[in-house]
Design a protein around this ligand. Structure first.
Ligand code: GTP
Ligand code: GTP
Ligand code: MG
Ligand code: MG
Lengths: 272, 292
């Protein structure tokens, strides 16, 4: 188990392989391998402890949790199939558990049965779902939802949007417009914009975060499908390069399969 | 990009007129980096680079008149052989062709069911399409497929309970009295590591003589693509892979990984959200995006 002499290279290569297989950005892998060499790590166990420490530091979110007065709005964006609608229902359940009055906006007016999907969750949780016309303007649904939320003293409004690829500029314009509509009605501090990233995805996860961030200023990431065997390593690059922290992590298809993100918990899962 | 990196390394080789092992090592390093950046699986990259190295260090490159060109040819030939043979699409010569779609959550199965139906309707002039809603878990999954079926002019079958196997068996029995050219079975998304859910599709496959079993896979998958493809293949015996969301900008290395490790051919690709965004798979586009 010790990196001894001629075995050191093979052990380092082993470690490098496991970092690459965790979908971690290659430049970060290189710099981490250099750190391992520089710190004269002598065994796999020592390496595991070291890696956990290094990545927990990279992932920890030092930002102060802000106190939200009045209506708090969460906008969920991300590519097709990442888990936005399911995350919306989990966040709703999470805030209900904290005695908040919750409402959801079905702003995916495009995909077949998208509204029905969110409505089913709304019914199961006893949460109102504001919807619009099929193929209607999603910004109009959001406008209605914000008005209704304010009128009914809602604490948390969760906005589910349609999946979209960042390569489609007209679709990116659509969510920019949705955010503008929201910012006309509430302070910027009262809004969180989270990108939903599927843990099974490779390097494109970082590209998605970068592109969505440039379009509409994200405030965080929700990592989904962490119950898969994939390690979701792209969140490390997303945090270190874009400064975007992971706020929640989901690990299953049931309503309770969500947790506030913990860097320590994540690295424990990643390296065990 | 690899082409630029490869080009500059190749130029160095041409420049001196001789090719050394050091030149080749440098070129191989560039290829390895590019493929890992493209999400090609670690072990697949290792195999690929080893295969190229073996050929490159052989007589053909070291003693070639234009070693740079020879090296480039080896890389492209090796990639072509990893990516597989000519695409034969789907054999629809039978009275009824049964197609089962499986894959991870959110990969695009339900949308692909409709796309496949529309594609076969138009391309092969097969008017009688049946889409079977066998996802009994996801809220409004059946409604989603029902709507899509309506949009492409296909019939839709499901039952109002949670037994996916029963729905598939009854849909199959329906064929005794009703003639369809194509039947597409849409199943629930599931993790390759969820033994119970994998068992469900094994049971469906055993109960119904599917002609095609397609893994619908997100083209943006990362390093785990190999485990995903292997597990599904071992469970139900895949006859094809459908890559979705090709209209994104992922490099698509997962496709090469899955094909190389399982030998299952990539049949189709989804190129957008609408039902007509569906094409026969073309390896050359994937090859150039993987090599960068
Ligand atoms: N295993 C697992 N599945 C998940 C998780 N989150 C979501 N899913 C599943 O992923 C699939 C897609 O989820 P959706 O919530 O519909 O994804 P979406 O981003 O809203 O999709 P679009 O609106 O079509 O872009 C569903 O089958 C969900 O049950 C998770 O944490 N783990
Ligand atoms: N841009 C793009 N989107 C696609 C493509 N194929 C499917 N989608 C979208 O991806 C999302 C997920 O598609 P679904 O068909 O619901 O995926 P699924 O595999 O059936 O999901 P589950 O049943 O929850 O496992 C939807 O928003 C689709 O419109 C594609 O080729 N390109
Ligand atoms: Mg959705
Ligand atoms: Mg589906």
């Amino acid at each position: 188990d010790l990196f001894t002499g001629k075995d050191a290279a093979a052990c380092i290569e082993d470690i490098e392989q496991s970092l690459i297989e965790a979908d971690i950005d290659l430049a970060i892998v290189d710099e981490t391998v250099e750190l391992i060499k520089k710190n004269r790590i002598k065994s796999y166990e020592e390496a595991r402890v070291f890696l956990k420490k290094v990545f927990a530091e990279k992932l920890s979110d030092s930002s102060v949790k802000r106190e939200i007065k009045g209506l708090y709005i969460i906008v969920l964006v991300g590519i097709n199939g990442a888990g936005k609608t399911t995350a919306a229902s989990k966040l709703a359940s999470y805030y209900l558990g904290r005695n908040k009055k919750v409402m959801m906006a079905a702003a995916d007016t495009f995909r077949a049965a998208a509204t029905e999907q969110l409505e089913t969750w709304g019914n199961r949780l006893g949460v109102a779902v504001i919807k619009g016309q099929e193929n209607g303007d999603p910004a109009a649904v959001v406008y209605d939802a914000v008005a209704q939320a304010k009128k009914s003293q809602t604490d948390v409004l969760i906005v589910d949007t349609a999946g979209r690829l960042h390569t489609k500029s007209n679709l990116m314009q659509e969510i920019v417009k949705i955010k503008k509509v929201i910012l006309k009605e509430v302070e910027e501090e009262s809004v969180d914009t989270f990108i939903i990233i599927d843990a099974n995805i490779g390097k494109n996860g970082y590209v998605q975060a970068k592109e969505f961030n440039e379009a509409m200023n994200l405030t965080g990431v929700i990592l989904t499908k962490f119950d898969s065997s994939a390690k979701g390593g792209s969140i490390i690059h997303i945090k270190s390069d874009l400064g975007l922290p992971v706020k929640f992590i989901t690990f299953g298809e049931s309503t309770g399969d969500i947790e506030e993100f913990s860097a320590q918990h994540f690295v424990d899962e990643m390296f065990d | 990009t690899i082409s630029k990196k490869l080009d500059s390394v190749i130029r160095k080789i041409r420049g001196t007129g001789i090719i050394s092992e050091a030149n080749i090592e440098e070129a191989l390093k560039a290829i390895r980096m590019s493929m890992l950046e493209a999400d090609v699986n670690y072990k697949v990259v290792k195999d690929f680079v080893a295969a190229v190295k073996e050929k490159a260090l052989g007589e053909s490159v070291l003693n070639a008149v234009s070693p740079g060109q020879q090296f480039t040819k080896i890389v492209h030939d090796e990639l072509a052989s990893f990516l597989g043979e000519k695409n034969t699409g789907i054999d629809t010569s039978r009275t009824t062709t049964l197609i089962m779609l499986v894959g991870l959550q959110g990969s695009g199965k339900t949308t692909t069911a409709a796309k496949l139906g529309l594609y076969l309707k138009n391309e092969k002039k097969l008017p009688r399409i049946l889409l079977v809603g066998a996802d009994t878990y996801r809220p409004a999954a059946k409604e989603q497929l029902k709507k899509l079926a309506g949009m492409i002019g296909a019939d839709f079958y499901t039952e109002e309970h949670n037994d996916a196997v029963k729905i598939c068996k009854n849909a199959y029995s329906l064929l005794e009295t009703k003639l369809y050219d194509i039947v597409v079975f849409d199943t629930a998304g599931r993790l390759h590591i969820d033994e119970e859910m994998i068992k469900e599709i094994e049971v469906i496959k055993k109960a119904i003589p599917m002609n095609e079993v397609f893994l619908v896979a997100d083209s943006m998958l990362g390093q785990e693509s190999v485990n995903v493809a292997k597990t599904f293949n071992e469970a139900v015996g895949l006859t094809g892979i459908v890559l979705t969301k090709i209209d994104g900008d992922a490099r698509g290395g997962a496709a090469l990984s899955m094909k190389y490790v399982t030998g299952v051919p990539i049949k189709f690709m989804g190129t957008g959200e609408k039902a007509d965004r569906f094409e026969l798979f073309h390896p050359d586009r994937l090859a150039s995006s993987i090599l960068g």
